[in-house]
Ligand binder design. Structure first.
Ligand SMILES: [Zn+2]
Length: 47
């Protein structure tokens, strides 16, 4: 494998460490994690 060093990062990308999806804002990443990777769900059986 070859590692490519891309130092030119104008726009910061927030990558979900759990699935690898990249987001343009940290808010989107946090929201995605809450929606897709919510391990601790609230004790409410209302779906
Ligand atoms: Zn994810």
């Amino acid at each position: 494998m070859s590692k490519a060093n891309s130092s030119e990062t104008k726009s910061p990308r927030f990558t979900c460490e759990q699935c690898g999806i990249t987001f343009s804002t940290n808010d989107e990443k946090e929201e995605h994690i809450k929606l897709e990777h919510s391990e601790h769900k609230p004790p409410s059986g209302v779906a």
